[in-house]
Design a binder for this molecule. Sequence first.
Ligand code: AMP
Length: 216
Amino acid sequence: MNLVFLGPPGVGKGTQSALVAKELGLLHLATGDLLRAAGRAGTKTGLEAKTYMDAGLLVPDEVVNRLVRERMEQGDAEKGVLLDGYPRTTAQALALDATLKALGRVIDGVFDLQAPDAVLVERISGRRTCGKCHAAYHVKFAPSKKGDLCAKCGGALVQRSDDELVTVKARLEVYRKDTAGVSEHYRKSGTYALIDSNRPIDTVTADVLGRAKKLS
Ligand code: AMP
């Protein structure tokens, strides 16, 4: 099974994708995570991508399309993939169609997570990540039991540089301008479902899993 999760920044795509991918035994392929890892590794692609990410802008399509294609060609993607944060432009959606065709696969389900802007901003601005193991927390909704330190490894919790308020606003604008249209690409396909993400995490997960299990 191959799934796509769409939605604005802060809607809970990362949280829900990780839970659903684990439950369904899919590879969780998050382009934001791939790009951040490339940035930390200091590769040419990673360093170039970081300049766009820090400004709240989209990394160029050809860079992201290549990373996704290379990752999907690896053996552990054969069990099925959950794409989180990709595609984010219509050009990426078309590139994904071509990649899937070349690999003889199809998209079985598209889940478009949505929540009001005020909720997105509150979720993003409280988000913290462990600088060491990258575990995710939220100061209000999912605080670490160790305060400013990671409950799993003791690393210091940090705010992602692109989660600061001014960058968040730019990211929401980019979403509206470039990404909201991607829903249209899938809406007619019969695989598309709009998900109300302004509900407790467990409720959203149960809703998505219930729908995904009917697809298989
Ligand atoms: P995320 O972790 O999904 O919120 O992504 C963080 C940042 O990575 C985005 O604001 C973009 O700068 C970049 N990014 C992630 N996925 C994509 C994509 N599919 N296309 C272009 N840029 C991306």
